[in-house]
Design a protein around this ligand. Sequence first.
Ligand code: THU
Length: 150
Amino acid sequence: MPDIDAPALIAAAREAATRAHAPYSRFAVGAAVLLTDGSVVTGANFENASYGLSLCAETVALATVSSAGRLRDVAAIAVIGGVMDAAGRPTGTVPVSPCGRCRQVINEAAQLSGTNLPVICGAAVGDAATRYLLSELLPSAFGPADLGML
Ligand code: THU
């Protein structure tokens, strides 16, 4: 299992957030997924003119991980976000935590990788960050284990 460099993961999430497609909410989110080999896969929120079809950054990042066949190799995830300024950059010093749907999506990777995943919640700007375990954010989770997949 790689060391978790939280500031580096937050930096990767911040970089990803600069590529958010969020013209409707003007709230940019970036996620960075650390894999067991130390590599990092990122994603940003991807909104849609049909608002309800929008995808969260964590979901985009984890779908990319899954598409690479690496869902069982997830070691941690970081998320940051904030209201976009006129230049489209996220602002704000308050850490963002994953929405309920994203917690469930993270749980898919957590159960398949056999790890109670660290979830690092950072802000767009500044040093404020909180490190959780997924079980704190989604206790008693339903997942692949309930379907006999593990
Ligand atoms: N969003 C995320 O990308 N991740 C979350 O965990 C919370 C919300 C996005 C969805 C939408 O594009 C914008 O933030 C405002 O809700």
